[in-house]
Design a protein around this ligand. Structure first.
Ligand code: SIN
Ligand code: FE2
Length: 219
């Protein structure tokens, strides 16, 4: 994003505004931009220890979105089902620890959205390449559905689909850019959501891909 200067030539921070989506859900525009460099560095460290992989759905399909995790619990899928696991099945080791910058971003965004005291124990990292999408789903593998979801967009822009409590409910299309954070919880916690196919392009932070960090209290 281009920096803007005020009348005195000081660089002012890029646009940060809050856009409510519905009761319980909000888009925090640019919320992650202040920590961009530290976030990208921490991301590299995590991915070096636990690389992206394409999980297999219980039905036997290979997911097009690359995934990895950081934190005490990681979301995994295989022929046995979806679950949270403290161990990375690829390495047999615990998932890399949740970086401080990740934790601070997640708790800060949750608090700003009204969810004070949110303490995530899982961060799923999704990597979207051009053409890949995430079909409509609910996040319901977590024990305590009173806890919100904090979702951070990095790199290429994408269109987030935010629907209702039924799969067939209409969805709003929410364009998400580098640094935007979406928080949903409370009455919005079980709303269906997904991501439209990523358009090809280039973003200076990550090249041609979009990375999404999703923070949850899973256990
Ligand atoms: C998710 O639903 O888990 C990820 C959403 C996104 O990539 O924006
Ligand atoms: Fe989700």
């Amino acid at each position: 994003m281009m920096d803007m200067a005020d009348l005195f030539g000081h660089v002012v921070s890029p646009v940060r505004r809050d856009e409510p989506l519905c009761d319980g859900a909000v888009v925090l525009r640019g919320f992650a931009l202040a920590d961009e460099v530290a976030l990208l560095q921490a991301l590299n460290t995590v991915v070096a220890q636990a690389p992206f992989r394409h999980l297999i759905t219980p039905g036997g399909f290979r997911m097009s979105v690359g995934m990895t995790n950081t934190g005490p619990l990681g979301w995994v899928s295989d022929r046995r089902g979806y679950r949270y696991d403290p161990v990375d099945p690829l390495s047999g080791n615990p998932w890399p620890g949740l970086p401080d910058t990740f934790l601070q971003l997640a708790t800060g965004a949750a608090a700003r959205a009204g969810y004070v005291g949110f303490m995530p124990d899982a961060c799923l990292i999704n990597r979207y390449e051009p053409g890949t999408r995430l079909s409509l789903h609910q996040d319901r593998d977590e024990l305590d559905l009173a806890q919100p979801i904090v979702s951070v967009s990095l790199g290429m822009p994408a269109v987030f689909l935010f629907g209702g409590m039924l799969r067939t409910d209409a969805q709003v299309r929410v364009p998400l850019a580098h640094g935007d954070v979406v928080v949903w919880g409370g009455p919005a916690r079980l709303r269906y959501h997904g991501v439209m196919p990523l358009k090809p392009g280039y973003h200076e932070a990550l090249g041609g891909v979009r990375i999404n960090l999703t923070f949850r209290k899973a256990g």
